[in-house]
Design a protein around this ligand. Structure first.
Ligand code: NI
Length: 163
């Protein structure tokens, strides 16, 4: 396993549409392991392959619910309700902003064995699924932010949050 370099806002690879994965190879399996390691190292809850410069439809998620999710070629097939809350991204370091997402989503994807499955997520997991699937379409959450982005190190940020 190895840490990969996380691409940041402005890097063209973050605005490109990722390509479907056709088969699992040793190289792709290593990429997935590296993505988890890189995500944990950055204290993130999700990471998309183009964030480490690879234009493949691969997402890893761990929202600390005891599961490590691998979503290959994911497709959101159902959404329900809405939630409005703070969101951040490892590709937009130190920033956070308010984004409205569905409260519940159902996604169809392939796992690391290329077995198709469906995952239903609520709350933070639903938010992470939406955020990461957007990455694969070349979209950053900053496009969806309501109001201004905040620097999480800004002392006024806390006040904003408590309002
Ligand atoms: Ni992100």
């Amino acid at each position: 396993m190895a840490l990969r370099t996380i691409r940041t806002e402005g890097d063209p690879v973050l605005y490109k549409v990722c390509k479907p994965v056709k088969e699992m190879t040793q190289r792709t399996a290593e990429l997935i392991e590296d993505m988890f390691e890189t995500m944990y190292d950055g204290n993130g809850v999700g990471l998309a392959a183009n964030q480490v410069g690879i234009l493949k439809q691969i997402v890893v998620i761990d929202v600390d619910d005891g599961n490590r999710y691998v979503l290959i070629n994911p497709e959101i097939i159902e959404t329900e309700g809405s939630q409005t809350g703070q969101e951040g991204c490892l590709s937009v370091p130190d920033m956070s902003g308010t984004v409205t997402r569905p409260e519940k989503v159902k996604v169809r994807a392939y796992d690391e064995n290329m077995k198709e499955y469906e995952l239903t997520g609520e709350g933070l997991l639903a938010r992470a699924i939406c955020h990461e699937c957007d990455h694969l379409k070349g979209k950053l959450y900053t496009e969806l932010v309501e109001g201004d982005l905040h620097n999480v190190n800004d002392p006024d940020y806390q006040d904003e949050d408590d309002r």
